[in-house]
Design a binder for this molecule. Sequence first.
Ligand SMILES: NC(=O)c1ccc[n+]([C@@H]2O[C@H](COP(=O)([O-])OP(=O)(O)OC[C@H]3O[C@@H](n4cnc5c(N)ncnc54)[C@H](O)[C@@H]3O)[C@@H](O)[C@H]2O)c1
Ligand SMILES: [Zn+2]
Length: 361
Amino acid sequence: MNSDAIEISGNGFRYPAFVGRGLIAKAGGIARSVTDRDRCTIIADQNSARFFGDRVCQAFASQNFSPQLITISAGEKSKSLTQVEKICDEMIKAGFDRSSFVVGLGGGVIGDISGFVAAIFQRGIRHIQMPTTLLAMVDSSIGGKTGVNLEAGKNLVGVIHHPALIICDVDALETLPPQELRQGYAEIIKHAIIRDADMFHDLSSCRAPTHRYGDALVELIRRNIAIKARIVAVDDRETSGERALLNFGHTVGHGIERATDFKAPHGDCVSIGMVATCAISMKRAALSAKQRDEVLALLKKSGLPTRLPDEVDREKIIDAIAHDKKFSAGKIRFVVTPKIGEAYVSSDVTMEDIRAAIDDL
Ligand SMILES: NC(=O)c1ccc[n+]([C@@H]2O[C@H](COP(=O)([O-])OP(=O)(O)OC[C@H]3O[C@@H](n4cnc5c(N)ncnc54)[C@H](O)[C@@H]3O)[C@@H](O)[C@H]2O)c1
Ligand SMILES: [Zn+2]
């Protein structure tokens, strides 16, 4: 495996993540290192197709692949079974079979739906992730979770189908709107809190970028992929509790998303969720007030919200959390941090603790 690539491996899976600048032009050559198959469907949304579709198709064609671009609407609504069926129909009409593979070119929506298509098309073909949002680069492209939404909720249908390869061209982020970049920073700060105190301090002291360009951003993305890779390596199917740590801030964050009918972006909700989780961690895991304040300062510095807008109904958040699947067995499993860089799943947190933290937001 190339020494520049980060290896993601665990029980029954092993694949490289290439992270760098100018990688779109090299994508065909990189893909050749993992497959001798020729036919591929490149699934993109309107935005990623517009910015990168032609260049990615050319890069694959230059290495004797036969790429075909399928473009779907941008946005969470596209993550549906109806859309999956349409894509599969289109692939069959174009003559794709078991010897073809799928490339997902876009943000997490494209990563999730293209991975799901790859997992089920003719009982499963290979998948290459080409993430183009910061969130997809540091989070959703790693770990093999694929799927779509149902009317009843997000990500309710899916399967674990690890990609064969991840290619992150950090230059792709130059066209990403700031509010989308921020969504990725929420997950980066989460990674720092649960696993990497040094990265937290680098981000807080500006030794890591909170802007979009340059080699420092490449390093930051690599560092975050490595963090998620280490977690997924030991628990890709969320059985041992390790992968659950990635839910830090997400229990309350998901509650806020549902209370706002998913109008508030995920990272923003997780940011506010992390603030609540720090308050709970002070009570149940002895997190210091100083470190809580440091988390707040870094979130603010990254342009993320730390307070709940007044118009959001607190009761709706509590109701949503109470119905969350993690609570269905009657026991609350809540990820807390005792100090920046460490996290664990606690069963000491009560609904009253959560309510008090939300009331204070
Ligand atoms: N599989 C996992 O483990 C996992 C983890 C976290 C999140 N997710 C999923 O990821 C999704 C969110 O991903 P997201 O935040 O990337 O959203 P997204 O895919 O909707 O992308 C956000 C917006 O940015 C646009 N875009 C993408 N790349 C661009 C670029 N380079 N320049 C300009 N615009 C660009 C998209 O068209 C879209 O409008 C959710 O569906 C979530 O459930 C999955
Ligand atoms: Zn998240």
